[in-house]
Design a protein around this ligand. Structure first.
Ligand SMILES: Nc1ncnc2c1ncn2[C@@H]1O[C@H](COP(=O)(O)OP(=O)(O)O)[C@@H](O)[C@H]1O
Ligand SMILES: [Mg+2]
Length: 345
């Protein structure tokens, strides 16, 4: 039997371009080459599809992050001779339904959630009310649109401060904590809103939740969403929260599995994770992030294409759940092949 040709797509137009490259390197090193023939496909920061050579560097060199170069030979989705695409793309133009729409238009199957679930999962201002409608608790907060902010800053600041102190400010479609701030005064709040608006035209202000950050990986196996053991994010060193540097650059965080939680809490979080996955109609995989306050489980967000290096949280949680990195990749590819295009769960 001839091997299935899988296009591993990385880079992209979002601020998570570099992280995406690192995830793709992991997949290329672990994909089962007896079954699949991977082809690396890059998307440059300007959105051009290119074909990097086999030995293209996708790893961190010192403190220099990998990037898809503009100089590489150009290609397009229509020109590719592949059976399936595996978009290891995070953030806008990758994880937000736009890439998925392009695959649908081209009639090419792809790993992960479809157009709708990807779009809703990416935009916290839409995901939160859907989670709430399914009985999940979310952080109290409000959405600020850039156009309103420009007209009525004073009124918006007054409304936002009603959510308490400290507050979190973040772009509606953030990722990797970019544009996110924790603020403790109105002056800081104003600066934080302007900062977050550099990343998106819509910004969320939320009460700061005091609690442990617990994450759960969801994998769809034969059409059924399964939860991994939960992991706890431990932030060491000098970080106010789980920010970009803590996530990727200075080894200051670790995910701890198993997590010591009161009896029944892990199971409850696992149930909420699959509930959230199904609420949005996700496919394939997702990582669902929660806060546990000691009394409440609050959902923070869902990531429909979570970090996917061998040492990322998603593979680590599944390793604890008994599914290794290569098997995860195989499972995702098989699920994508089995799923018809243009279907919303
Ligand atoms: N309401 C909140 N309360 C407490 N911490 C928060 C809140 N919102 C975000 N954070 C912190 O900021 C980090 C990034 O925010 P998150 O909403 O997960 O955005 P991203 O999509 O960039 O990961 C979280 O992991 C958490 O540490
Ligand atoms: Mg997050």
């Amino acid at each position: 039997m001839s091997k299935i040709k899988v296009g591993i797509v990385c880079g992209g137009k979002s601020s998570e371009h570099e992280i995406s490259c690192i995830s793709a390197a992991g997949i290329l090193s672990a994909i089962d080459r007896d079954k699949y023939e991977p082809l690396l496909i890059g998307i440059t920061k300007s959105g051009k599809w290119v074909l990097p050579p086999h030995d293209y560097n996708l790893t961190i060199q010192g403190d220099v992050l990998p990037e898809i170069s503009n100089e590489l030979p150009e290609t397009s989705i229509e020109k590719l001779k592949i059976d399936l695409l595996f978009p290891v793309l995070h953030g806008p133009y990758g994880e937000d339904g736009t890439f998925q729409g392009q695959c649908e238009m081209a009639g090419i199957k792809y790993v992960g959630s479809g157009v709708l679930a990807s779009a809703v999962g990416m935009d916290k201002s839409f995901a939160k009310p859907i989670f709430q409608a399914h009985g999940l608790e979310v952080a109290p907060g409000m959405v600020i649109h850039q156009s309103d902010w420009q007209i009525d800053e004073v009124r918006i600041l007054a409304s936002a401060t009603e959510f308490g102190n400290p507050l979190f400010v973040k772009p509606a479609r953030s990722g990797s904590s970019r544009g996110t701030s924790k603020v403790k005064s109105v002056k800081e709040l104003k600066t934080a809103i302007n900062f977050a608006l550099q990343f998106d035209t819509k910004v969320l202000v939320e009460s700061a939740i005091v609690g442990r950050e617990i994450e759960c990986a969801v994998l769809q196996v034969n059409g059924v969403a399964l939860s991994s053991p939960v992991g706890e994010i431990k932030i060491l060193g000098d970080h106010e929260f789980y920010d970009f540097e803590a996530k990727y650059l200075d080894d200051s965080t670790e995910v701890v599995v198993p997590v010591h939680l009161p009896f029944g809490v892990q199971e409850e979080i696992q149930n909420y994770a699959t509930l959230a996955f199904d609420a949005l109609g996700c496919e394939g995989l997702a990582r669902v992030d929660f806060f546990y306050t000691g009394t409440k489980i609050i959902i923070n967000e869902i990531n429909t294409m979570p970090g996917f290096t061998a040492t990322s949280v998603f593979p680590k949680l599944w390793a604890a759940g008994g599914i290794g990195y290569s098997d995860l990749i195989t499972n995702l590819i098989e699920s994508a092949i089995a799923r018809p295009l243009n279907v919303t769960r």
